[in-house]
Design a protein. Sequence first.
Length: 489
Amino acid sequence: MIGSTEISEIGDAALPDKLKQPEDTRPPRPQREAGTTLLLIWLVVAMTLCGYVPMLHGYPVGTSRAAILTLFTICSWAIGLFKEPLTSLMFFLFTMLFSVAAPSIVFSGFSSPAWWLVFGGMITGAAIRTTGAANQVSRLLLAMNLRGYRHYIAAVVVVSIALAFVMPSTSGRVMLLTPIAMTLADRLGFEPGRPGRTGIIMAVAAASYMPPTAILPANIPNSLLLGAAQTLYGIRLYYGPYFLLHFPVLGALKSVALIWLIGRLFPDRVESSQTVEVPPTCMSPRERMLVMLLLLSLLCYATDFWHGVSPAWVSFGAGVICLLPQTRIISARDFAEQVQIAPLVYVAGFLGLGALISQSGLGELTAKALLNWTHMVQGNYSMNAMQVLLIGAGIGLLTTLPALPAVLTPLAGQLAHASGLPIYTVLMLQVPVFSTVFLPYQSPPMMIAMHLADVSMKDGAKLCLALAAISVLCLLPLDYFWWRILGIL
């Protein structure tokens, strides 16, 4: 979930041959655009260095500088001015170069549990690819003799969600499953351009991100929420309660809506059912060891309320075990080639930005502006919860959804005080927001899948907007009543 530009960081070796693009055919970047970008960088540097901005009443110049860097970083992530990891590096550089915040604040993301959760998930994902376990999944999926197109869509959605329980990296799941989905589409006779092919690809793209937001260690937004809640408020999020609160509606019911909607928006039929002959294969020792490790990790994720070990350290521990010479699951060479640093820099940038917003006073300033706009009345819990959702949705449209917890979590204390809601409830209200994608650009992993399979933005936006409408009109009211039953609202 690290952004569409992660594809270029992973390299052409990870792409099918027909998707590789010769270097000399790529259009050069216009000189005017490069000049505009350079001018913007110099403008940001000058404004930050001199503090030449309208002074924020009651706040020091450092807060104004932090506001400039925050606005620059968020806008760069949102509109793709630079590659996401480069934006994070520029954020680190400018904040340190102009002494906007202490190193312990700027680089706090590298010590956050969320960062180590993603790191461990990337090692596990590399192990799944290199051991051949991915081929086993592909054989099983292609060997399914299902009755029709919608059954294959349902199978793809189920596999995408099931993988989220053992692989806490959305981008890794997308990179693993998209080639499998493309192969499945080919075997079903869905050539490029057919609605059936688009439907299968979008099933992977949407199911790899949206329902897993209800599974605590499955993707970046809830991992960031996990780290920020513990760092800023001392609130620990546990796998079981989180799953019970969110998965019945945002996971299970949204998956059903997704399957139905893809069948409606991209109708097709399997013209000639083909029985796929799969030669019987035995799992290698490395694959068996990896499966055992993944099952043990899942058990630890599900029982963290009992043993108290954070999902971050379970994920990181599984990654370390994969690297041990005794297990022979993944070699040092595969680790160096498969585990990319760019996504990790991207995650650290998000976490550092959230810490800067909280420490510099920007969180307090933004909270006052939002609270003055909403006019919350304590005791009106339903309306206050709706206004928190609207605030989150607005922030999510301005940034990509992985940035939402970094921006909104530092404001949770002020929002809780104004609304009268418990701070835990305010934190949990972020999940319905970042599980609802209005446009594909909000979810970088979805953009990865669409780019790999050459799915147009028009088709992606059609699915996202329709599913968002269903979520707002049907799923969120159901989620509200489910929270009332559980006593959260």
